[in-house]
Design a protein around this ligand. Sequence first.
Ligand code: CA2
Length: 145
Amino acid sequence: MNILVIHGPNLNLLGMREPTVYGTTTLAEIDRLIEQKANSIGAAVRIKQYSSEGDIVDEIHRAIGWAAGIVINPAAYTHYSIAIRDALAATGLPVVEVHLSNISARESFRQISVISGVAKGVLSGLGAHGYVYAIDYLSQTCAVS
Ligand code: CA2
């Protein structure tokens, strides 16, 4: 089974800035946890981080025919990117939306996700565990691809 994992803008700064909000784990460490989980269940993961919306849309399109599911932390795009929402919906693939912080407990503008409506589910506030649980969920529920 192939799973695409996408990290949105600024997540490359994890562990280096704002540790009180996002913790001290770096993105490289999160990617290692994702790879360890995938290896343990025999899944293949492609993990990408992008700053720009268009790059994320293009990567989602490339998942068609390759991935059985998508794990995405769209970061700030969560709150307004209809383009990413539409691209995810167009794949027809199961999507798990992940957030390190609990967006429902933060500023009002973060409490709106335009992505959640096209996701199977949302893991928010569980830090890096959210990605690991998302991989586990997809591996147990997706058709093989
Ligand atoms: O909690 C999450 O995972 C978020 O998707 C993170 C986004 C934020 O815009 C969403 O509302 C919630 C921000 C990612 C920025 O990450 C940084 C990491 C270190 C320093 C600065 C930003």
